[in-house]
Ligand binder design. Structure first.
Ligand SMILES: [Zn+2]
Length: 284
């Protein structure tokens, strides 16, 4: 879909590095799991994800509903993503607040929030094998508790961004309070994942002008709301059009039905004639 070749080869290199590292630092179970997690189709080169589910080893047998192969078999075929044209950013000393990305390109964006509640085990494999571009807005304590889980999604092409430490509403709080929540999470996430967050999502979407200033001062280039939510496999439109529009941002959570939510988001984006793309390719 939209992950650039450079990003994907970076992911492959990171995967190699993690495999090497895990041989030194992790037990055999984790090591074995990680190798099998990204098991390519027999016809594919080791780090080239299969282009379509039809190359999956079980293509001849009908995959069991709910299995990873079943999810892969349900993923629609998208038009090629257009080359991303990064959006202009203000130079006002405050991050812009966007419900949808200001782009006319035929793309939409999948975002996954929080991280503390549930972490379905096959998400990294799904993201990798179906090449789903995802941005994860994580609370830093969840990231700290389950770093391997989110690292696997990062290796699969996902990008970690900032969703505060405590998930308290920021609106109306002092600059110092908001900065502690935003910079504190950014520092922790950077230490865990090796990249400074450049996007911020305030808990519940609640924010004020102080939030946009504090987010900017902590390194965020934009503050993201959303235009659709996805829960238990159902897309809820928060815009009058009731169809995904170019630049739309779909919100889901690390909850038990995340595989269904990812699939529902992909189908909704496909129905709209759009292709999923990565926010970070548009906000530079
Ligand atoms: Zn949240």
């Amino acid at each position: 879909m939209s992950a650039t070749p450079a990003r994907r080869s970076l992911a492959a290199v990171t995967l190699l590095a993690l495999l090497v590292l895990s041989g030194c630092t992790a037990g055999p179970t984790l090591h074995a799991r990680r190798i099998s997690a990204h098991q390519p189709a027999p016809s594919a080169s080791p780090f080239a994800p299969s282009a379509s589910p039809s190359t999956s080893p079980s293509a001849t047998a009908k995959p069991a509903p709910g299995s990873l192969d079943w999810y892969l078999s349900q993923v629609p075929t998208f038009p090629e993503a257009p080359p991303p044209q990064p959006v202009p950013l203000p130079t006002t000393g405050a991050a812009p607040f966007w419900h949808r990305l200001p782009t006319d390109q035929k793309v939409a964006f999948i975002t996954i929030d929080d991280g503390g509640l549930a972490r379905p085990s096959e998400v990294a494999d799904f993201v990798w094998r179906a090449r789903i571009p995802v941005t994860m807005f994580l609370n830093s304590p969840a990231a700290e508790e389950y770093p391997e889980y989110f690292r696997q999604i990062q290796v699969a092409g996902g990008v970690v961004e900032n969703h505060t430490i405590t998930h308290n509403s920021l609106a109306g709080r002092s600059y110092d309070y908001q900065k502690r929540e935003i910079c504190g999470a950014a520092d922790k996430l950077e230490a865990l994942f090796g990249k400074r967050a450049t996007l911020f999502r305030p808990p519940f979407g609640e924010h004020d002008s102080t939030t946009l200033k504090a987010a900017h001062d902590c390194g965020a280039k934009a503050v993201l709301h959303w235009t659709e939510t996805v829960h238990e496999g159902k897309v809820r439109y928060q815009t009058p059009e009731k169809v995904v529009q170019p630049g739309d941002v779909l919100l889901m959570h690390f909850r038990p039905a995340l595989m269904d939510d990812l699939l529902a988001a992909l189908k909704a984006i496909h129905r709209a004639g759009l292709t999923p793309a990565l926010l970070e390719d548009y906000v530079l």
